[in-house]
Each structure stands twice: as structure tokens, then as C-alpha cells.
Design a protein around this ligand. Structure first.
Ligand SMILES: [Fe+2]
Ligand SMILES: [Fe+2]
Length: 264
């Protein structure tokens, strides 16, 4: 006899809702993947404003490309560490998404003249995030919330500064996938972090905050003057405030704790 859903223990129905939300994201990912390659017309010409040097375009997009590669490495590690079947299924679709993004950027960059080197601050950010040896929660906070959240914003900014019709097609498809990856991080962590001991939550918060500010200086130093002026001198502090709101939203840190731990 089936049990009355209203009579099930709250924890069980919460777990079922959580699993269902992850499954719906996975299904969305599978549907998007099935049609993704139809969304780009590779015969479209690359266009850029006259004031913008092509080398800067290549450098900026190459950083997104390196971010995709680092994210694949992290996701492969997650597959070995996660013990939640619904999350594992999602991460498998994410790896396929990121591999597709790598192919798109490679193809675009080949047309634009090749892949440029990774910038020092970007390398520090990804190497630092991959160096996390604590629980998988830290890796998901760093990649799905902070780095993918920031990457998504940068991608949109590039789209505004750089109205290339081919980039726009690529950007539209990738941004949709990245939005789903960030959503996975939020849904998964909101539930998982409730059970994480206080010391572990704080350790992750302090680590990701230090990583942010360690890398911000070198990243700003590599920005061309026009970009530096557009984002402002206090870019790192201003953006960190937005990141901190996202970390509060997922329950990594509580507002009353930030005053204490932001000083450390
Ligand atoms: Fe991606
Ligand atoms: Fe992603």
C-alpha cells in the first residue's frame, strides 16, 4: 500500500523535492545538449569594433577557455567524491557541457588567430581552487558559485563590449549552460551546507575569500586600461560584496558571522 505523502516524515519529502530539482536540471541539460550544436552558424564572420585590438579579444576569450578546462578537472574529481546519485548525474551532464564549451572556444579562437596564454591572476585562481583538499563542498563553492558566477558575468560583459555576431551565438548557448551549473551549485549546497560543521563552513569561507583577494590584484594588473577604468579601482571589493551575498544565500556564512570573519 502506498503511503500518504502528507504522512511521510518531513526529511524524506525534503530529500525527494531536492532530488527532483536536481533531476529536472539534469534533464534540462540533456535537452539543451541535444540541440546545442544547431545554435551556431560557423559561417558567421567575426567582427570587432575598430578600437579593439584582436589580441585583446583573443586574450579575454582564452581566459574563459582555460576556465572551462579547469572546471572539467574539478567536475571529474567531484564524480569520484560525491555520494549523491542525483548530483553525480548532473555533474556528468556538466562535464559534457564544459567539453562542448571548450570546442566552441577553440574553434572561435582558431578563427581569431589562436589561443593566447593564460594570465597570471587567472592561473592563480584556477590553480588555487583546484588545490583545495577539504570536502567537495569547498570545490563546489569555489567553482559553481564564485568562479562560474563571475565567469558568467564576464562573458556577458564581453558580449556588451564586443558585439561580434559569432561570439554572441556562442555566448548565448554557453551562458544558458553556465546558468544551469550555478543553479546546481546553489540547490545542492543550500541543502548540504545545513549539515556541515561550523568550523568547516568558516574554513571554506575564509579560504575562498583569501583566494579571491590574492588573485584580484594580478587580474586587475593584466586588465587593459579601458577595462580597468570600466570596472573601477575598487572592482575586487565591490564584486566581493556580491559574491558574499551569494555565499550568505546558500548558507555558507551567516550575515552576523561575516563581520567577524571578514577581518581575519
Ligand atoms: Fe562552461
Ligand atoms: Fe560551467
Amino acid at each position: 500500500m502506498k503511503s500518504d505523502p502528507a504522512m511521510r516524515p518531513l526529511e524524506t519529502s525534503d530529500a525527494a523535492i531536492h532530488a527532483d530539482r536536481l533531476d529536472r536540471l539534469t534533464e534540462k541539460g540533456l535537452r539543451a545538449a541535444a540541440v546545442a550544436d544547431n545554435g551556431i552558424d560557423w559561417d558567421t564572420r567575426i567582427k570587432k569594433p575598430a578600437w579593439l585590438r584582436m589580441q585583446y579579444v583573443r586574450t579575454a576569450i582564452s581566459q574563459l577557455y582555460f576556465g572551462e578546462l579547469a572546471t572539467i578537472t574539478m567536475c571529474e574529481r567531484l564524480l569520484r567524491e560525491l555520494d549523491d546519485g542525483n548530483a553525480i548525474r548532473f555533474v556528468r551532464t556538466q562535464i559534457a557541457d564544459e567539453q562542448r564549451h571548450v570546442r566552441y572556444y577553440e574553434r572561435y579562437l582558431a578563427r581569431a588567430g589562436g589561443i593566447e596564454d593564460i594570465c597570471d591572476g587567472v592561473a592563480m585562481a584556477y590553480e588555487g581552487a583546484l588545490a583545495w583538499r577539504g570536502s567537495y563542498h569547498g570545490a563546489i563553492v569555489a567553482f559553481h558559485i564564485v568562479l562560474e558566477g563571475e565567469g558568467l558575468r564576464l562573458q556577458q560583459l564581453y558580449g556588451d563590449w564586443f558585439p561580434c555576431p559569432l561570439y554572441k551565438q556562442i555566448n548565448t548557448l554557453i551562458a544558458r549552460d553556465e546558468g544551469r551549473h550555478v543553479a546546481f551549485g546553489k540547490i545542492f549546497l543550500r541543502r548540504q551546507l545545513q549539515a556541515l560543521p561550523l568550523e568547516e563552513r568558516i574554513a571554506i569561507y575564509q579560504w575562498v575569500r583569501a583566494l579571491w583577494f590574492d588573485c584580484a590584484g594580478p587580474i586587475q594588473a593584466d586588465m587593459p586600461g579601458i577595462v580597468f577604468r570600466a570596472v573601477g579601482r575598487r572592482w575586487a571589493e565591490n564584486r566581493w560584496r556580491r559574491q558574499r551575498e551569494a555565499l550568505i544565500d546558500i548558507g555558507l556564512i551567516h550575515p552576523h558571522e561575516t563581520a567577524q570573519f571578514d577581518r581575519c
